[in-house]
Design a protein around this ligand. Structure first.
Ligand code: PLP
Length: 406
């Protein structure tokens, strides 16, 4: 199907509105994406027609919803090319997925003196759970450093890997500055020492094709709401062999097999990790988002977003006062910058008045800001429904900001 930007924009009702009497421009896509009608209507249909709790009902509607939920699992499996459906665990989102692994893997495999390796580019969601684990177990958190362009220094990574390393947890794409990490290479090096790798794919799956088997990832986590799906749902992929070995994370209904007051046995995968009523309507909505992305064409999405990134980089470079952060050779969909002495928050407030949503601050990546010695950036994060004209509008607003504060 040809990439038709007008049709695409029509699919997203929220984009049609005016904000402060100006056409709305949404450049906060790394925080959350907008939802196409296909997703909204699919979820609406469940609420209106088939809603019923899954797995435990014998009645008509429960059966339909259970099938739709398990079909959603299969859709997510095929989206990232996992081998088995039961390698897909539905979670409330990326943060929950990482917490699940940090707790469960940590419980079984991490002890005093061990090391956990993360990178300088992580979102807080891929720092704090590991930090807490290290505190619980007396383990040490080690960090792969980055260079001034925002690229991980791979020689340093190789040096940090050792027989003490228990797990490596890295982001696929950095939400703060857009660096695409060479995760396949990172995984290969870790595997040479038998160390498993968790990849945070929160900013990757919506921008191009991800194949977890090709990457060799042991765990891969992402959120529905950042890939045009609903909030409160996400997926954790785990290789079957490794998931089988992990103890349960949260406990309660659904994740059990036999329960007595003395003893409990656990359900098989994936249910062992899905305690309580899962967000089945969220999962069905997330699968509808995957279908929408696939119908739009992930290759076409990547081409359009690359064009926007190149165009935006060129246009913003025209401002002498503007300094970019993140100049990695492999980079996607994020323009992160400061305007000389102007506080990013002040700039964001003015840009907002032109009907343009950008994010300002540390982007939940304070160590990245510390590395660059800045208090935060202005971040315009792009999606495939954005246009060159919207970038021109952003440039006009930035010109006003500079005029106002200088
Ligand atoms: N990891 C990255 C790279 C992110 O960008 C985000 C959110 O911005 C997260 C993790 C956390 O995602 P969520 O809030 O959906 O759990």
């Amino acid at each position: 199907m040809a990439f038709d930007i007008n049709k695409i924009r029509n699919d997203f009702p929220i984009l049609k509105q005016q904000v402060y009497n100006k056409p709305f421009v949404y450049f906060d896509n790394a925080a959350t994406t907008q939802k196409p009608l296909k997703v909204i209507e699919r979820m609406n249909k469940v609420y209106r027609e088939t809603n019923s709790n899954i797995h435990r009902g014998v009645h008509y509607l429960s059966d339909i919803t259970t099938r739709d939920f398990e079909h959603a699992r299969e859709t997510i499996r095929s989206f990232i090319n996992a081998k088995h459906d039961h390698e897909i665990i539905f979670t409330p989102g990326t943060t929950s997925g990482i917490n699940l692994v940090a707790f469960s893997f940590g419980e079984k495999f991490v002890s005093e003196g061990d090391e956990i390796l993360i990178s300088a580019l992580e979102h807080h969601a891929n720092i704090v759970p590991w930090q807490m684990l290290c505190k619980r177990k007396g383990a040490k958190l080690r960090v792969i450093p980055m260079n001034d362009d925002g690229e991980l220094i791979l020689d340093e990574y190789e040096k940090l890997l050792s027989s003490r390393t228990r797990i490596v947890a890295v982001t696929h794409v950095a939400n703060s500055i857009g660096t695409v990490n060479p995760v396949k290479h990172i995984i290969k090096s870790a595997h040479r020492l038998g160390v498993p790798v968790l990849v945070d794919g929160a900013q990757a799956v919506q921008h191009g094709r991800v194949d977890v088997q090709e990457l060799g990832a042991d765990f891969y986590v992402f959120s529905g709401h950042k890939m045009y799906g609903p909030t409160g749902i996400g997926a954790l992929y785990g290789r079957e062999e490794i998931l089988e070995e992990l103890p349960p994370y949260q406990t309660g209904g659904e994740m059990v097999d036999q329960v007595t007051f003395e003893e409990t046995t656990f359900n098989r995968l994936p249910f062992k990790f899905e305690a309580g009523t899962p967000n089945y309507i969220g999962a069905i909505g997330m699968a509808a988002a995957v279908e929408y992305l696939q119908e739009t064409g992930l290759e076409e999405v990547a081409v359009h977003e690359k064009d926007l990134l190149d165009y935006g980089t060129g246009r913003l470079s025209e401002f002498e006062e503007l300094v970019f952060f993140g100049r990695a050779k492999e980079k996607i969909s994020v323009l992160s910058f400061v305007l000389e002495d102007i506080h990013p928050y002040d700039a964001g407030m003015v840009i907002d008045k032109y009907g343009i949503a950008v994010r300002t601050g540390t982007h939940c990546a304070q160590p990245v800001m510390d590395r660059f010695g800045i208090r935060g950036t202005i971040r315009a994060s792009l999606a495939f429904y954005n246009t060159r004209e919207e970038i021109d509008r952003l440039c006009q607003a930035i010109r006003k900001v500079i005029q106002m504060f200088k």
